[in-house]
Ligand binder design. Sequence first.
Ligand code: ADP
Ligand code: MG
Length: 225
Amino acid sequence: NEKKLHHSEQLSVIGELAAGVAHEIRNPLTSIMGFLQLIDNDGHSTKMYKEIMASELDRINLIVNELLLLAKPKEYEYVPRNLLSLINTVVTIANTQAILHNIQIVTKFSDDIRHLLVNCEENKLKQVFLNLLKNAIEAMSKEGQITIEIRKKSDQYVIISFIDQGDGIPEEMLHNLGKRFYTTKDDGTGLGLMISMNIIREHKGELNITSKKGVGTKIDVSLPI
Ligand code: ADP
Ligand code: MG
């Protein structure tokens, strides 16, 4: 189920997004205002109120940070980059988190991939791969392996698969993935996949998700070469 958006549809997506963001930010703001008033009236519980306010502010910060990345002016500058070294950089970053959870990230590729270039906006692609690895790590409640498989699909496309041994996604939930603010995590923003799908679309590629509850998830990113 591939989604392609035209320009006018993209504009309305942005409008919807803005409304959603305003809503999401208003909730923690209201909560902070409330606790500020309580602090005035009640000296005893100040410490707990401060902790709640700090965590609400963290949440606002998280949402705004992810959106800022998205809102940066689209001066996409496509440059040919070595895909493998780009992925290796991202794996190095993700490993700092993976190691803490006894998760190993393994990259598999054939020889023809070693010197493969993709025309891309490097930082945007890194952001996508990092989002996918972060999700994979967060989906794994116990130790295990995340596999990144890179292979050519044809002379025109390369496919990068991110395969995890995480909790998987129930079939009836799959259609929610990539919708803004859809998250199943207490501290999630539900923006990572949406942003990633947008970036891959800008690169004229595709992002496909297959998953089995209790087995794991595979995300295929295909990009033109
Ligand atoms: P967030 O990570 O902040 O929740 P995302 O947009 O990155 O937001 O992901 C949205 C939701 O999709 C997650 O909350 C999770 O339920 C589901 N999801 C994404 N990737 C995976 C994965 N690899 N395994 C299981 N569920 C996933
Ligand atoms: Mg995420």
